[in-house]
Design a protein around this ligand. Structure first.
Ligand code: SF4
Length: 308
């Protein structure tokens, strides 16, 4: 059995940057708080915890005493969180991904344009995702998080709209939402000359993986998609692999790989999300190889052959 790790899978540069920043701080100060899990991968969170990175869920009175600094992860935070950190005298180690930072600035600018016109900022994403919460906090203009076309109800389509996507959403799904908004506006305004701006904000690190993943999934009999179950980018990319190859299984740990999945498989592909560390994909590959070896046909053991 051949086991291959997808060379394009693994941490995106935003996550690599956040982890390096955390490791650098930990090397100099020994311990650090992180607001929310630094990456949606329990194994990597555990590894960093052993180095001194403690995850907290909020900046409030529940924080452990005598803390000096707090890390904001790649997803970014709304301005109010920076304010809270400042009030508590915490130094912010800011690991917000530069792509997310740019998106936050765009949302803020759109809010400033739309507010006097009674328009709406629409954000396509998951309402409870940290990045979306960070984006929503950039403006006090009328704004709406949309995850499906049903969420469009109640938007004033007669006023200008600017759309943005959470960086890890599928560009195809974003296009469908934007088309539905366009159709609603054309109907409401009775014209196809409508004040709609659709910003291209899906992250290229995620979008470019889709096509490549389809090819990778099709080249293997079985695909083991390694990802934390909470990763939205992991769920989306795993779905793409499953569509390309129904023998795709999502695993978070090597122990989850079931022997029955690999039956009669000659080629097994290991891939993952932008939050999946390489060392975890390697551990899953070793487990698959172990299973493969255990099921290799054994040569019959006979009597030593004799030429006389
Ligand atoms: S997926 Fe893209 S936007 Fe999100 S952290 Fe990674 S590089 Fe940054």
């Amino acid at each position: 059995m051949r086991v291959e790790i997808d060379p394009k899978s693994g941490f995106c540069f935003g996550v690599v940057r956040a982890i390096r920043l955390a490791e650098r701080q930990l090397a100099s100060q020994g311990s650090l708080l992180c607001l929310g899990e630094i990456v949606h991968n329990g194994e990597e969170v555990e590894r960093l915890k052993r180095l001194g990175l403690d995850t907290v869920q909020a900046i409030d009175a529940s924080l452990p005493p005598a803390q000096e600094s707090i890390l904001f992860r790649a997803h970014g935070e709304p301005p109010v969180t920076y304010q809270r950190a400042q009030e508590l005298g915490l130094r912010v180690v800011d690991a917000t991904c530069p792509v997310v930072l740019q998106l936050q600035r765009k949302v803020k600018a759109a809010g400033e344009r739309l507010k006097p016109l009674g328009g709406t900022v629409v954000i396509f994403g998951k309402p409870d995702h940290a990045e979306v919460i960070g984006l929503m906090g950039q403006t006090d203009c009328q704004r709406r998080v949309v995850h499906s076309t049903q969420d469009l109800e109640g938007i004033d389509f007669t006023r200008p709209i600017e759309c943005f996507s959470q960086t890890t959403m599928s560009p195809t799904d974003y296009r469908s939402i934007a088309n539905a908004i366009r159709a609603n506006m054309e109907k409401a305004l009775g014209s196809n000359d409508i004040p709609l701006v659709v910003h291209e904000t899906c992250c290229s690190q995620v979008a470019s993986r889709q096509e490549q993943l389809v090819a990778f999934a099709q080249q293997h009999d079985v695909v083991l998609f390694v990802s934390g179950k909470k990763s939205s980018n992991g769920q989306m990319l795993c779905r793409i692999c499953q569509q390309a190859n129904p023998r795709t299984h999502m695993v978070s740990h090597p122990e989850e790989v079931q022997e029955s999945w690999l039956e009669n498989a000659e080629a097994v592909g290991i891939c993952g999300a932008t939050s999946t560390p390489l060392w975890l994909m390697q551990a899953v590959a070793s487990r698959a190889e172990e299973i493969g070896k255990a099921h290799e046909p054994q040569l019959p053991v006979g009597r030593p052959c004799s030429t006389r």
